[in-house]
Design a protein around this ligand. Structure first.
Ligand code: PMP
Ligand code: GLN
Length: 386
Protein backbone atom coordinates (compact mmCIF):
# COMPACT_ATOMS: atom_id res chain seq x y z
CA UNK A 1 0.00 0.00 0.00
CA UNK A 2 1.23 3.52 -0.80
CA UNK A 3 1.37 6.00 2.07
CA UNK A 4 -0.72 9.17 1.61
CA UNK A 5 1.40 11.50 -0.52
CA UNK A 6 0.99 14.50 1.81
CA UNK A 7 2.81 12.66 4.57
CA UNK A 8 6.51 13.41 4.54
CA UNK A 9 7.95 11.10 7.12
CA UNK A 10 11.21 11.92 8.86
CA UNK A 11 12.55 8.73 10.39
CA UNK A 12 13.50 9.07 14.06
CA UNK A 13 16.18 6.40 13.49
CA UNK A 14 17.21 6.66 9.83
CA UNK A 15 20.21 4.38 10.23
CA UNK A 16 18.60 1.76 12.43
CA UNK A 17 18.57 -1.69 10.86
CA UNK A 18 16.46 -4.73 11.67
CA UNK A 19 17.90 -6.56 14.68
CA UNK A 20 20.40 -9.28 13.78
CA UNK A 21 18.36 -11.70 15.92
CA UNK A 22 15.32 -11.30 13.62
CA UNK A 23 17.47 -11.50 10.51
CA UNK A 24 19.27 -14.69 11.51
CA UNK A 25 16.17 -16.49 12.84
CA UNK A 26 14.35 -15.68 9.57
CA UNK A 27 17.32 -16.93 7.55
CA UNK A 28 17.47 -20.10 9.67
CA UNK A 29 13.76 -20.75 8.98
CA UNK A 30 14.14 -20.06 5.25
CA UNK A 31 17.20 -22.28 4.94
CA UNK A 32 15.86 -24.95 7.31
CA UNK A 33 19.09 -24.50 9.25
CA UNK A 34 19.68 -25.50 12.87
CA UNK A 35 19.04 -22.24 14.68
CA UNK A 36 21.89 -21.50 17.10
CA UNK A 37 21.52 -17.77 16.47
CA UNK A 38 18.79 -15.96 18.47
CA UNK A 39 18.97 -16.81 22.18
CA UNK A 40 16.08 -19.10 23.11
CA UNK A 41 15.71 -22.77 24.11
CA UNK A 42 14.42 -25.36 21.63
CA UNK A 43 13.24 -27.53 24.55
CA UNK A 44 9.93 -26.95 26.34
CA UNK A 45 9.51 -25.01 29.56
CA UNK A 46 8.48 -26.99 32.66
CA UNK A 47 5.04 -28.65 32.18
CA UNK A 48 4.01 -27.40 35.62
CA UNK A 49 4.44 -23.81 34.47
CA UNK A 50 2.05 -24.44 31.57
CA UNK A 51 -0.38 -26.19 33.90
CA UNK A 52 -0.28 -23.20 36.26
CA UNK A 53 -0.92 -20.74 33.44
CA UNK A 54 -3.88 -22.88 32.33
CA UNK A 55 -5.18 -23.15 35.88
CA UNK A 56 -5.10 -19.39 36.36
CA UNK A 57 -6.87 -18.79 33.04
CA UNK A 58 -9.63 -21.22 34.04
CA UNK A 59 -9.85 -19.55 37.44
CA UNK A 60 -10.73 -16.29 35.72
CA UNK A 61 -7.46 -14.38 36.06
CA UNK A 62 -7.86 -12.94 32.59
CA UNK A 63 -8.40 -9.20 33.05
CA UNK A 64 -5.88 -6.36 33.43
CA UNK A 65 -3.29 -6.90 36.10
CA UNK A 66 -2.44 -3.97 38.40
CA UNK A 67 -0.10 -1.53 36.63
CA UNK A 68 3.05 -2.51 38.64
CA UNK A 69 2.30 -6.25 38.43
CA UNK A 70 0.27 -8.72 40.52
CA UNK A 71 1.11 -8.41 44.20
CA UNK A 72 2.06 -12.06 44.83
CA UNK A 73 4.56 -12.08 41.96
CA UNK A 74 6.15 -8.83 43.17
CA UNK A 75 6.35 -10.22 46.71
CA UNK A 76 7.90 -13.51 45.60
CA UNK A 77 10.50 -11.82 43.41
CA UNK A 78 11.45 -9.39 46.17
CA UNK A 79 11.79 -12.32 48.57
CA UNK A 80 13.92 -14.27 46.10
CA UNK A 81 16.16 -11.24 45.63
CA UNK A 82 16.60 -10.81 49.37
CA UNK A 83 17.36 -14.52 49.84
CA UNK A 84 19.95 -14.57 47.07
CA UNK A 85 21.50 -11.12 47.17
CA UNK A 86 20.46 -9.44 50.42
CA UNK A 87 18.72 -6.31 49.11
CA UNK A 88 15.34 -5.56 50.70
CA UNK A 89 13.08 -3.93 48.11
CA UNK A 90 9.56 -2.80 49.01
CA UNK A 91 7.17 -4.98 46.94
CA UNK A 92 4.64 -2.12 46.84
CA UNK A 93 6.83 0.60 45.46
CA UNK A 94 10.22 -0.74 44.36
CA UNK A 95 9.50 -3.46 41.78
CA UNK A 96 7.56 -3.45 38.52
CA UNK A 97 6.70 -6.39 36.27
CA UNK A 98 7.43 -5.60 32.62
CA UNK A 99 7.01 -7.03 29.15
CA UNK A 100 10.35 -8.82 29.25
CA UNK A 101 13.62 -7.25 30.26
CA UNK A 102 13.38 -5.31 27.00
CA UNK A 103 10.58 -3.10 28.27
CA UNK A 104 12.36 -2.70 31.61
CA UNK A 105 15.51 -1.46 29.87
CA UNK A 106 13.47 0.95 27.76
CA UNK A 107 11.51 2.30 30.73
CA UNK A 108 14.63 2.71 32.90
CA UNK A 109 16.59 4.49 30.19
CA UNK A 110 13.64 6.68 29.20
CA UNK A 111 12.94 7.56 32.82
CA UNK A 112 16.39 9.01 33.51
CA UNK A 113 18.13 10.00 30.27
CA UNK A 114 17.59 13.59 29.11
CA UNK A 115 18.71 15.10 25.79
CA UNK A 116 22.49 15.54 25.79
CA UNK A 117 23.11 13.08 28.64
CA UNK A 118 25.89 10.54 28.16
CA UNK A 119 25.37 6.86 28.90
CA UNK A 120 28.37 4.55 29.11
CA UNK A 121 28.01 1.10 27.55
CA UNK A 122 30.55 -1.62 26.91
CA UNK A 123 31.43 -2.87 23.46
CA UNK A 124 30.37 -5.43 22.17
CA UNK A 125 26.90 -4.60 23.54
CA UNK A 126 23.38 -6.02 23.58
CA UNK A 127 21.76 -4.49 20.54
CA UNK A 128 18.83 -2.73 22.23
CA UNK A 129 20.90 -0.30 24.32
CA UNK A 130 22.01 2.24 21.72
CA UNK A 131 18.63 2.88 20.05
CA UNK A 132 16.97 3.14 23.45
CA UNK A 133 19.49 5.74 24.62
CA UNK A 134 19.16 7.67 21.37
CA UNK A 135 15.34 7.78 21.50
CA UNK A 136 15.73 9.90 24.64
CA UNK A 137 18.27 12.17 22.97
CA UNK A 138 21.10 10.63 24.98
CA UNK A 139 24.59 9.95 23.69
CA UNK A 140 25.95 6.41 24.00
CA UNK A 141 29.63 6.45 25.02
CA UNK A 142 31.21 3.12 24.19
CA UNK A 143 34.13 1.50 25.98
CA UNK A 144 35.67 -1.60 24.39
CA UNK A 145 35.91 -4.73 26.51
CA UNK A 146 39.48 -5.98 26.49
CA UNK A 147 40.24 -9.20 24.62
CA UNK A 148 40.94 -12.09 25.13
CA UNK A 149 38.58 -12.37 28.10
CA UNK A 150 36.44 -9.25 27.53
CA UNK A 151 37.40 -7.50 30.78
CA UNK A 152 36.27 -3.98 31.64
CA UNK A 153 39.12 -1.46 31.63
CA UNK A 154 38.14 0.58 34.70
CA UNK A 155 40.77 3.24 34.00
CA UNK A 156 38.98 3.94 30.73
CA UNK A 157 35.65 4.13 32.54
CA UNK A 158 37.11 6.69 34.94
CA UNK A 159 38.50 8.59 32.01
CA UNK A 160 35.15 8.75 30.15
CA UNK A 161 33.13 9.98 33.11
CA UNK A 162 32.29 13.69 33.10
CA UNK A 163 29.49 15.98 34.26
CA UNK A 164 27.25 14.78 31.41
CA UNK A 165 27.48 11.10 32.41
CA UNK A 166 23.97 10.16 33.50
CA UNK A 167 24.20 6.36 33.58
CA UNK A 168 26.32 3.26 33.04
CA UNK A 169 24.73 0.10 31.65
CA UNK A 170 26.21 -3.04 33.19
CA UNK A 171 25.46 -6.50 31.79
CA UNK A 172 26.73 -9.55 33.66
CA UNK A 173 26.74 -12.40 32.69
CA UNK A 174 27.45 -10.63 29.44
CA UNK A 175 25.75 -11.13 26.11
CA UNK A 176 27.37 -11.85 23.63
CA UNK A 177 30.72 -12.71 25.27
CA UNK A 178 29.79 -14.82 28.31
CA UNK A 179 32.14 -12.77 30.51
CA UNK A 180 31.08 -12.29 34.14
CA UNK A 181 31.92 -9.49 36.57
CA UNK A 182 34.21 -10.40 39.46
CA UNK A 183 34.12 -8.97 42.97
CA UNK A 184 37.18 -6.91 41.99
CA UNK A 185 35.19 -5.37 39.12
CA UNK A 186 32.45 -4.45 41.57
CA UNK A 187 34.96 -2.82 43.95
CA UNK A 188 36.28 -0.76 41.04
CA UNK A 189 32.74 0.27 40.12
CA UNK A 190 31.98 1.27 43.71
CA UNK A 191 35.12 3.45 43.86
CA UNK A 192 34.39 5.09 40.53
CA UNK A 193 30.75 6.05 41.10
CA UNK A 194 30.86 6.82 44.79
CA UNK A 195 31.41 10.58 44.43
CA UNK A 196 29.10 10.96 41.41
CA UNK A 197 25.35 11.12 40.70
CA UNK A 198 25.62 8.33 38.12
CA UNK A 199 22.72 5.87 37.88
CA UNK A 200 23.45 2.22 37.10
CA UNK A 201 21.21 0.18 34.83
CA UNK A 202 22.07 -3.44 35.48
CA UNK A 203 20.93 -5.97 32.89
CA UNK A 204 21.02 -9.26 34.80
CA UNK A 205 18.87 -11.45 32.54
CA UNK A 206 21.41 -14.31 32.74
CA UNK A 207 21.75 -14.09 36.54
CA UNK A 208 21.12 -17.85 36.95
CA UNK A 209 23.17 -18.99 33.96
CA UNK A 210 26.66 -18.85 35.40
CA UNK A 211 29.29 -21.60 35.57
CA UNK A 212 32.67 -22.82 36.76
CA UNK A 213 32.03 -21.92 40.39
CA UNK A 214 31.53 -18.22 39.61
CA UNK A 215 28.64 -16.60 41.39
CA UNK A 216 26.50 -13.78 40.12
CA UNK A 217 27.58 -10.31 41.23
CA UNK A 218 24.12 -8.77 41.26
CA UNK A 219 24.12 -5.07 42.01
CA UNK A 220 21.48 -6.04 44.59
CA UNK A 221 24.34 -7.50 46.68
CA UNK A 222 26.08 -4.17 47.24
CA UNK A 223 24.10 -1.50 49.14
CA UNK A 224 26.41 1.28 47.81
CA UNK A 225 25.34 0.27 44.30
CA UNK A 226 21.76 -0.89 44.92
CA UNK A 227 20.87 2.64 46.09
CA UNK A 228 21.66 4.03 42.62
CA UNK A 229 20.62 1.09 40.40
CA UNK A 230 17.84 -0.29 38.29
CA UNK A 231 18.26 -4.08 38.55
CA UNK A 232 16.58 -5.84 35.63
CA UNK A 233 15.93 -9.53 34.96
CA UNK A 234 13.93 -11.79 32.65
CA UNK A 235 11.67 -14.67 33.70
CA UNK A 236 11.71 -15.76 30.05
CA UNK A 237 15.44 -16.55 30.32
CA UNK A 238 15.22 -18.11 33.76
CA UNK A 239 12.21 -20.35 33.10
CA UNK A 240 12.79 -21.30 29.43
CA UNK A 241 9.76 -19.29 28.29
CA UNK A 242 11.15 -16.36 26.29
CA UNK A 243 7.86 -16.09 24.36
CA UNK A 244 5.88 -15.23 27.49
CA UNK A 245 7.78 -11.95 27.65
CA UNK A 246 7.73 -11.37 31.39
CA UNK A 247 10.56 -9.49 33.06
CA UNK A 248 10.94 -7.10 35.98
CA UNK A 249 12.85 -4.17 37.32
CA UNK A 250 13.74 -3.29 40.92
CA UNK A 251 15.02 0.07 42.09
CA UNK A 252 14.87 2.46 45.05
CA UNK A 253 11.48 4.14 45.40
CA UNK A 254 12.40 7.46 43.75
CA UNK A 255 13.82 5.78 40.68
CA UNK A 256 10.91 3.35 40.49
CA UNK A 257 8.42 6.22 40.68
CA UNK A 258 9.84 7.67 37.46
CA UNK A 259 10.14 4.20 35.91
CA UNK A 260 6.43 3.54 36.42
CA UNK A 261 5.49 6.78 34.70
CA UNK A 262 7.05 5.34 31.54
CA UNK A 263 5.86 1.76 32.05
CA UNK A 264 2.23 2.72 32.53
CA UNK A 265 2.01 4.24 29.07
CA UNK A 266 4.08 1.72 27.16
CA UNK A 267 2.14 -1.36 28.21
CA UNK A 268 0.23 -0.32 31.36
CA UNK A 269 0.34 -3.91 32.63
CA UNK A 270 1.51 -7.40 31.73
CA UNK A 271 -0.24 -10.68 30.89
CA UNK A 272 -2.18 -11.60 34.06
CA UNK A 273 -2.31 -15.44 34.07
CA UNK A 274 1.43 -15.62 33.29
CA UNK A 275 2.16 -13.45 36.32
CA UNK A 276 0.10 -15.71 38.61
CA UNK A 277 1.72 -18.81 37.14
CA UNK A 278 5.21 -17.43 37.76
CA UNK A 279 4.24 -16.36 41.30
CA UNK A 280 3.31 -19.97 42.11
CA UNK A 281 6.27 -21.49 40.28
CA UNK A 282 8.73 -19.27 42.15
CA UNK A 283 7.78 -21.07 45.37
CA UNK A 284 10.02 -23.92 44.13
CA UNK A 285 13.53 -22.41 44.06
CA UNK A 286 15.07 -25.55 42.57
CA UNK A 287 13.83 -24.43 39.14
CA UNK A 288 16.30 -21.56 39.10
CA UNK A 289 18.93 -22.93 41.49
CA UNK A 290 19.58 -25.90 39.17
CA UNK A 291 20.24 -23.71 36.12
CA UNK A 292 24.03 -23.31 36.53
CA UNK A 293 24.51 -27.09 36.49
CA UNK A 294 21.95 -27.61 33.74
CA UNK A 295 23.51 -25.08 31.37
CA UNK A 296 27.12 -25.86 32.28
CA UNK A 297 26.44 -29.42 31.10
CA UNK A 298 25.12 -28.09 27.80
CA UNK A 299 28.09 -25.79 27.36
CA UNK A 300 30.51 -28.60 28.14
CA UNK A 301 28.72 -30.97 25.79
CA UNK A 302 28.88 -28.41 22.98
CA UNK A 303 32.57 -27.72 23.64
CA UNK A 304 33.38 -31.39 23.80
CA UNK A 305 31.52 -32.23 20.62
CA UNK A 306 33.23 -29.40 18.71
CA UNK A 307 36.75 -29.82 20.09
CA UNK A 308 37.99 -31.55 16.91
CA UNK A 309 36.49 -28.81 14.74
CA UNK A 310 38.38 -25.83 13.32
CA UNK A 311 36.23 -23.45 15.39
CA UNK A 312 38.14 -22.26 18.45
CA UNK A 313 36.09 -21.46 21.55
CA UNK A 314 36.56 -18.32 23.63
CA UNK A 315 36.35 -18.90 27.37
CA UNK A 316 32.93 -18.11 28.82
CA UNK A 317 31.59 -18.33 32.37
CA UNK A 318 27.95 -17.43 31.91
CA UNK A 319 24.95 -16.93 29.54
CA UNK A 320 23.89 -19.61 27.10
CA UNK A 321 26.15 -18.33 24.37
CA UNK A 322 29.49 -19.63 23.19
CA UNK A 323 31.75 -17.41 21.13
CA UNK A 324 34.03 -19.11 18.63
CA UNK A 325 36.62 -17.84 16.22
CA UNK A 326 36.57 -19.20 12.67
CA UNK A 327 39.83 -17.58 11.51
CA UNK A 328 41.32 -21.02 10.82
CA UNK A 329 38.50 -21.65 8.32
CA UNK A 330 37.93 -18.47 6.37
CA UNK A 331 38.99 -14.87 5.72
CA UNK A 332 35.42 -13.79 5.06
CA UNK A 333 33.99 -11.12 7.31
CA UNK A 334 31.71 -12.51 10.01
CA UNK A 335 28.47 -11.38 8.31
CA UNK A 336 29.37 -13.12 5.06
CA UNK A 337 30.57 -16.14 7.00
CA UNK A 338 27.34 -16.62 9.00
CA UNK A 339 25.28 -16.23 5.83
CA UNK A 340 27.27 -18.96 4.14
CA UNK A 341 27.16 -21.09 7.29
CA UNK A 342 23.35 -20.90 7.26
CA UNK A 343 22.90 -21.38 3.50
CA UNK A 344 25.58 -23.99 2.76
CA UNK A 345 25.99 -25.77 6.06
CA UNK A 346 22.53 -25.26 7.60
CA UNK A 347 23.71 -23.78 10.92
CA UNK A 348 22.63 -20.31 11.96
CA UNK A 349 24.87 -18.23 14.26
CA UNK A 350 25.26 -14.55 15.16
CA UNK A 351 28.11 -12.39 13.81
CA UNK A 352 29.57 -10.21 16.58
CA UNK A 353 30.74 -7.27 14.44
CA UNK A 354 27.18 -5.88 14.56
CA UNK A 355 27.69 -5.21 18.27
CA UNK A 356 30.59 -2.80 17.58
CA UNK A 357 30.29 0.84 16.58
CA UNK A 358 32.81 0.54 13.72
CA UNK A 359 31.73 -2.99 12.75
CA UNK A 360 35.02 -4.41 14.08
CA UNK A 361 35.41 -7.90 12.62
CA UNK A 362 37.27 -10.19 15.03
CA UNK A 363 36.23 -13.32 13.05
CA UNK A 364 34.21 -14.33 16.10
CA UNK A 365 30.64 -15.66 15.95
CA UNK A 366 28.13 -16.57 18.65
CA UNK A 367 26.38 -19.91 19.05
CA UNK A 368 23.43 -20.43 21.43
CA UNK A 369 23.68 -23.74 23.28
CA UNK A 370 20.26 -23.56 25.01
CA UNK A 371 19.26 -26.52 22.89
CA UNK A 372 18.31 -30.18 23.27
CA UNK A 373 21.38 -32.42 23.42
CA UNK A 374 20.38 -33.97 20.10
CA UNK A 375 20.29 -30.52 18.46
CA UNK A 376 23.78 -29.81 19.81
CA UNK A 377 24.96 -33.21 18.53
CA UNK A 378 23.59 -32.59 15.04
CA UNK A 379 25.06 -29.09 14.96
CA UNK A 380 28.47 -30.24 16.19
CA UNK A 381 28.63 -32.98 13.59
CA UNK A 382 28.22 -30.37 10.86
CA UNK A 383 30.66 -27.91 12.49
CA UNK A 384 33.32 -30.63 12.70
CA UNK A 385 33.07 -31.17 8.94
CA UNK A 386 33.77 -27.50 8.09
N1 PMP B 1 19.20 -8.12 27.82
C1 PMP B 1 19.99 -9.08 27.31
C2 PMP B 1 21.45 -9.03 27.56
C3 PMP B 1 19.42 -10.10 26.54
O1 PMP B 1 20.20 -11.05 26.03
C4 PMP B 1 18.03 -10.10 26.32
C5 PMP B 1 17.43 -11.14 25.46
N2 PMP B 1 16.80 -12.03 26.23
C6 PMP B 1 17.26 -9.09 26.90
C7 PMP B 1 17.88 -8.12 27.64
C8 PMP B 1 15.78 -9.03 26.70
O2 PMP B 1 15.11 -9.95 27.52
P1 PMP B 1 13.55 -10.29 27.33
O3 PMP B 1 13.47 -11.39 26.34
O4 PMP B 1 13.08 -10.70 28.68
O5 PMP B 1 12.89 -9.04 26.85
N1 GLN C 1 18.47 -11.89 23.81
C1 GLN C 1 18.37 -12.71 22.66
C2 GLN C 1 19.75 -12.93 22.04
O1 GLN C 1 20.71 -12.31 22.43
C3 GLN C 1 17.50 -12.15 21.58
C4 GLN C 1 16.29 -11.40 21.96
C5 GLN C 1 15.71 -10.76 20.75
O2 GLN C 1 15.56 -11.42 19.74
N2 GLN C 1 15.46 -9.52 20.82
O3 GLN C 1 19.85 -13.72 21.15
Amino acid sequence: MQINEQIKLTSKQPDLKTSIFSIMSALAAKEKAINLSQGFPDFPCHPKLIELMHRHMLKGNNQYAPMPGVACLRENLVQKTENLYGAKYDPESEITITSGATEALYAAITAVVQPGDEVIIFEPWYDAYIPMIEYSGGKPVTIPLVLPDFRIDWQQVKHKINTKTRAIIINSPHNPTGAVLSEKDIQNLIQIVKTTDIILISDEVYEHIIFDGFYHQSLARFPELTERSFVISSLGKTFHATGWKVGYCMAPFELMKEFRKIHQFITFSINTPAQYAYADFLKEPEHYLELPGFYQQKRDLFLNLTKESAFLPIENHGTYFQLMTYSAISDENDIEFVRRLAIEHKIAAIPTSVFYRNGQDNKIIRFCFAKKNETLEQAAEILCRI
